[in-house]
Each structure stands twice: as structure tokens, then as C-alpha cells.
Design a protein around this ligand. Structure first.
Ligand code: G1P
Length: 296
């Protein structure tokens, strides 16, 4: 019997240097995407996939994160007295979402190190990792599909998305083998973290969703620092993939919508796109965008 996936780990310890000075005193995960902090989209996605135990591996400035997922009694009381039930519900939604735990990463030694920090909380169970920079459209069932593939194959599962060759240097890139008769699930045979331009073995980039078997922890413990002198999750996954350890690694090829909030330009695009589709903001924003673009 394959053990069910019930826990999500969200690394949230990055320094957010690309967004300075906005992130001087606030974690980048709290940057608003329209009117919700980016991290809330990610927690909502975990919850939608049935994962209500969420561990955030945080760094400095974690207070804002903790406060966001905690009760805000004074604010709730003020909204209640005003009779503003709409906003009251929105404020309380983040609190009721999930059972959120926090852990400090300590030394920022890379994504692999952040995931290894979750070992004790996760224990001997498969678990999901969601990277806060990636927002997956709420209509897409990527994480749920990955959990289903994990259930079928009892292996670690990564999410892959086709990118333009010039963007490959920003991602882990996978070499894969098709599975006969199966669409959009592939076997991963090789992985390279952020290849030098022109050396990428494929266009299939690793995006920020993983379903991992607990054996990854043993591998991470002996993984030496790699690219950028950081302990790379990609390198640990490569060891599982190459040696077929703990069932090896499979990729779910994602063809839906992913918003990258880790890059300033993509972050602005994400806000414009998501706001354009909102019932409350979409129509006037689209109208204004037409005039605005026409004036350039
Ligand atoms: C991390 C991973 C990389 C992956 C990317 C997805 O890199 O190391 O393999 O492709 O997330 O967003 P980061 O963007 O944190 O540097």
C-alpha cells in the first residue's frame, strides 16, 4: 500500500533580493498578487489538493508570515462592528485554511537544505514541496495529478513544463523517456540544475511542485553543495532518478498556466493577468489596458 500524501512543505526563506527594497523588512512571499499575498495562493493550492498540514521553512522576517495565517482579533472585531462581513470573511479565510507550522532554516544553504530541514516534521511519509515563487492557476489540478501519479507509481514525482531554450538556464532541466501508452507522464533519466546557455539537454524545465518519497532525506544528507555552492534538490533527485532508488523519478508534464512571482517583470504580468480575469476588477482594467497600450 502506498502511503497517502498529507503534508506540504513550503520553503520560504529566500532573501527576496530581486525585490529590494520592498523585501527589506518583509518576506517576498508576502508581496501581494492583486489583493492576496503570493504565499496564500500556494497554501490554498496545497489545501485544494487535500494537504492541510503545511510546514513553512522560513528565514528572517518570518513574523509577517505567521501573523498572516494567525487570527487578527482587533481587525476582526473592527470589521464585525462595522458590519463589513465580506472583508471579515476574507481576513479569516487565511487562518482557517490549514494547520500551518513554522521552522527556521538557519543557514541559507539552498533548496535541498530547506527541504532536509523538514525531515523531522514529515517523518517516514511521502510529502509535497511547493515553491512560493510559482502560482499555478487554480483551475489546474497539477498537484492533485502529481499525487495521483505518486499513488500509482510509488515514486518521486516532479512537475515539468516546456520553456523556451533561452529560459532553460533559470531552471532544473530534465531528460526524459516516454512511457508507452501514457500521455503527460514521463520517466526522468537525468537532471541538470540551471545549465549554461546552449547546453540544455531538453526544453523540459522543473517547476516548483514536487511529490517526494521520504528516502529523499537520506540522499539530501549526503548531497554536496552544487550549483551556486548550494545543496540542490535537483542533485538529490538526480541520484534517485539515475539509480532508480525508491522507485526513481517521474515527471508530470504541465500544460496549464503558471505565474512566476519571483521575477519582477513576470510578477507584474501575473498581477495584470489575474486582475483582468476578476469579476470585480477585470472589466475596467481591461478597458484601461486597451487605451494604455494604444498610447505606446
Ligand atoms: C528552483 C530549483 C530549480 C527549479 C526552480 C523552479 O530554483 O532549484 O531546479 O527549476 O526552482 O522554479 P530557484 O528558482 O529557486 O533558483
Amino acid at each position: 500500500m502506498v502511503r497517502p500524501v498529507t503534508k506540504a512543505v513550503i520553503p520560504a526563506a529566500g532573501l527576496g533580493t530581486r525585490f529590494l527594497p520592498a523585501t527589506k523588512a518583509m518576506p517576498k512571499e508576502m508581496l501581494p498578487v492583486v489583493d492576496k499575498p503570493a504565499i496564500q495562493y500556494v497554501v490554498e493550492e496545497a489545501v485544494a489538493a487535500g494537504l492541510v498540514d503545511v510546514l513553512m521553512v522560513t528565514g528572517r522576517n518570518k513574523n509577517a508570515l505567521e501573523n498572516h495565517f494567525d487570527r487578527a482579533w482587533e481587525l476582526e472585531r473592527t470589521l464585525e462592528v462595522k458590519g463589513d462581513t465580506g472583508r471579515l470573511e476574507q481576513v479569516m479565510a487565511a487562518t482557517a485554511l490549514a494547520d500551518v507550522h513554522y521552522l527556521r532554516q538557519g543557514d541559507p544553504r539552498g533548496l535541498g537544505h530547506a527541504v532536509l530541514k523538514a525531515k523531522q516534521h514529515v517523518g517516514d511519509e511521502p510529502f509535497a514541496v511547493l515553491l512560493g515563487d510559482d502560482i499555478i492557476d487554480e483551475q489546474d489540478t497539477l498537484l492533485r495529478d502529481m499525487i495521483a501519479v505518486h499513488g500509482e507509481r510509488d515514486a518521486s514525482i516532479i512537475a515539468l513544463m516546456e520553456v523556451e531554450p533561452e529560459d532553460a538556464r533559470k531552471f532544473g532541466i530534465a531528460t526524459v523517456e516516454a512511457l508507452p501508452g501514457v500521455e503527460d507522464v514521463v520517466r526522468v533519466t537525468d537532471l541538470v540544475e540551471k545549465p549554461a546557455p546552449g547546453t540544455e539537454p531538453s526544453r523540459l524545465a522543473v517547476i516548483g511542485r514536487y511529490v517526494l518519497k521520504p528516502e529523499i532525506f537520506e540522499v539530501l544528507e549526503r548531497t554536496e553543495p552544487g550549483k551556486g555552492n548550494e545543496i540542490q534538490l535537483t542533485d538529490a533527485l538526480l541520484e534517485l532518478a539515475r539509480n532508480g532508488l525508491a522507485g526513481g523519478v517521474y515527471g508530470v508534464v504541465f500544460r496549464g498556466r503558471r505565474f512566476d512571482t519571483g521575477d519582477r517583470l513576470d510578477y507584474i504580468k501575473a498581477i495584470v493577468q489575474l486582475a483582468s480575469e476578476r469579476d470585480d476588477l477585470g472589466a475596467p482594467l481591461r478597458e484601461w489596458l486597451k487605451d494604455f497600450t494604444a498610447s505606446y
